[in-house]
Write a protein that binds this ligand. Sequence first.
Ligand code: PGA
Length: 252
Amino acid sequence: MRKKIVAGNWKMNKTLQEGIALASELKEILAAETPKCDVIIGTPFIHLATLAELTKDSVIAVSAENCADKASGAYTGEVSAAMVKSTGAEYVILGHSERREYYHETPEILKEKVDLALENGLKVIFCIGESLAQREQGEQEAVCKAELAGSVFHLTPEQWKNIVIAYEPIWAIGTGKTATAEQAEEIHAYIRKCVAEVYGEQAAEDTSILYGGSCKASNAPELFAKPDIDGGLIGGASLKAPDFKGIIDAWK
Ligand code: PGA
């Protein structure tokens, strides 16, 4: 049975002190009522060690939002997968459209990052999704398939067990424009089919595929009710504990 997951992506928000306050608040809320899904918070590197320690005895797992495409050495300012792992973080988000667009991360670079993350015992939340222009051209399926083929479909079946996919249409990220539940389900089912072609039906059944892009408490129940949507990757609405909890509650 695949996992249901609600994962936050704080992006470049929250100082260390603000992050501690948010994670503490969330931990307290979730301790009072055990969630019906896995809960992950994706945070900037500087928060990881502190929040991994703070959430150790809770249901919350911690994720980085990136890692280097090199193992170690003279790469000033970079943070390796081994370093991320050493903080106590369990996951790393890779392939986010903001990294692809603003930091020019290509499928080849992402492939290196995915390999290093898995080698170092991290689980990967791998993001894919089309732009508005690509959607208007009807290219969403081709784009998603190519992004998977370019960076994760080389993995062994054993490695694949540590991959979570996040479908995030770029036109829905931070725009307030959510894909309709039908639009999202259609492509999630397609992504699962692509996984089945490479890893077989059972592995595809066991793969968690999250939706991301203006997901909030008001639209999460409809999205999560779809058979191929296994939860969400949440940006803006993960920055306030009650908003994030509202999305987690969609699994009730
Ligand atoms: P959003 O971001 O929820 O603010 O649209 C989602 C994401 O980019 O992961």
